[in-house]
Structures are given as structure tokens and as C-alpha cells.
Ligand binder design. Structure first.
Ligand code: SF4
Length: 248
């Protein structure tokens, strides 16, 4: 981990939004009451990104620079002081200095899950309670650097780590199988792709739920026909309930 930057606790965190508690809508912690910290900025530009308000520089003005203490204060306010699960997402939260926040939160009993595409490794991955590595499939238009993904795993030694891959089509499915082959010791979660990007300030943001349901059924059939019984196929619960509305 020689090239991984060390934690500087006084660095400010670029925050797009902090909200909750609500349930985690996807992956291994689906249904778990969670406060969400969505950081601003991403080193990727996926074609179907559903969090553009936390990615595109045109929304940069709406991001705020918070100290770790300010973030934990807001989390405490939202959760009424009850130490819930905190989900760190983005953007790519790995490009933010989150080590100090995790330390402060742990001292109060909070637990931290972080989701990243696996393009930036950080020493403080080892302090997380769960690392979700979500490398992006061909439909995203991005290319995976397998070495960097491995660096992320190495940085998270001792931390529970899972894989999550979004699948839109056959090429994405083949990619998910490749990821699973390279990291066969990690649990794999598959999620049908959600095509419609959210209008950032539109409360009525809706998604093509039939399209998602159809993709979900196809994915279940595909996995079972392949006898890929180690993979878990899950929908995005929050999209089923609220579409792509922000802050839920
Ligand atoms: Fe959006 Fe995630 Fe892709 Fe970044 S990695 S552009 S946040 S989907």
C-alpha cells in the first residue's frame, strides 16, 4: 500500500447531501436503517449515472465543505443520537478524506459502509465495517483497472468486502462473471440497471419500472440457467418505492 495517501483528519469533506435515516435500498444491507452521506465529485463519468448531482462540476456550487466533526454532528442530529449504519456514497467517496469521520463515528457507536467503483484505494478502507466494491460494466462506458481494484481489496484487509455489479445486458453479465472469477472469494450482488438519470431537483422523478422489472426477471433467469448460485440478484428497493427522487 506504499502509494496510498494517509489520513489527514483536518481536511474538509466535499458533501453533496446528508439525509436519512431511511432504509438502505440495495446490496448486502438492503432494508437496514441508514443515514446517507453522499460526497461530491467522481473520477468516473458513467453513461447511466443516477447521481449526476454528486458528479458533474455543474452542481459543484451546491456541494459544501464540511469538517469530519460537522458531518458527524449532522449524522447525530438526523439519527437522534442513535448510532445507526452510515452509508458513504457519491460520487466516489474514496476521493474524499473520510478516515477522520469514520474514527469519530466509531467512537459514538456508528458503523460505516462505503461504496466505490474501486478506482482509488485508501488506507482507511481497513477501518470500514463494510466495503462495497462496485466496478462498472461495459454499458457504463468506463474501463476497469483490475490492478486498482485489487489495491482497494488490499487496503481493506480485515474489512468485510462485497462486490456489486449493475447489469443492463449480456455484455455486462459477462463482465460480472469475469469480476466474480477474479474475486471468487467475495460475495457477489447483481443489480438490474436503472436507465433513467434523475432530474436533480424534480420531486416527481420517475423511472421506467417496467423496464427494470423486465431486466430483473431476465437477470434471474440468466443466473439460474447458468447455475451461478453464488450470485445474489437484488432490485433497488428505494427506486421501486420512490423512483429516482433525491434524498430518500
Ligand atoms: Fe456515477 Fe458511480 Fe459512475 Fe461516478 S462511478 S459516474 S457516481 S455511477
Amino acid at each position: 500500500m506504499g502509494g496510498i495517501p494517509a489520513v489527514k483528519v483536518d481536511e474538509k469533506i466535499r458533501v453533496s447531501e446528508i439525509f436519512g435515516p431511511t432504509i438502505q435500498g440495495e446490496g448486502a444491507l438492503i432494508g437496514v436503517p441508514t443515514v446517507f452521506v453522499r460526497t461530491g465529485g467522481c473520477d468516473y463519468r458513467c453513461r447511466w449515472c443516477d447521481s449526476l448531482h454528486a458528479v458533474d462540476s455543474e452542481y459543484r456550487e451546491s456541494w459544501k465543505a464540511f469538517t469530519s466533526q460537522e458531518v458527524i454532528d449532522e449524522i447525530s442530529r438526523l439519527s437522534g443520537g442513535v448510532p445507526l449504519m452510515v452509508s458513504l456514497s457519491g460520487g466516489n467517496p474514496a476521493i474524499q478524506p473520510l478516515g477522520g469521520l469514520i474514527e469519530l463515528g466509531h467512537a459514538k457507536g456508528y458503523r460505516f459502509a462505503l461504496e466505490t467503483q474501486g478506482s482509488v484505494a485508501r488506507r482507511w478502507f481497513a477501518d470500514l465495517d463494510l466495503l462495497v466494491l462496485s466496478p462498472k460494466p461495459p454499458s457504463s462506458g468506463m474501463e476497469t483497472d483490475w490492478g486498482l481494484l485489487q489495491d482497494c481489496r488490499n487496503a481493506a484487509q480485515g474489512t468485510d468486502t462485497i462486490l456489486k455489479v449493475v447489469v443492463f445486458d449480456e455484455a455486462d453479465y459477462a463482465y460480472a462473471r469475469e469480476v466474480a472469477k477474479r474475486h471468487h472469494d467475495l460475495p457477489m450482488y447483481l443489480q438490474p440497471g436503472n436507465h433513467t438519470p434523475p432530474p436533480p431537483d424534480d420531486d416527481k422523478a420517475v423511472v421506467d419500472q417496467n423496464g427494470i422489472d423486465e431486466r430483473m426477471r431476465w437477470l434471474v433467469d440468466r443466473v439460474t440457467a447458468d447455475k451461478w448460485f453464488e450470485a445474489r440478484v437484488l432490485p433497488q428497493l428505494h427506486v421501486m418505492l420512490w423512483g429516482n427522487k433525491r434524498g430518500v
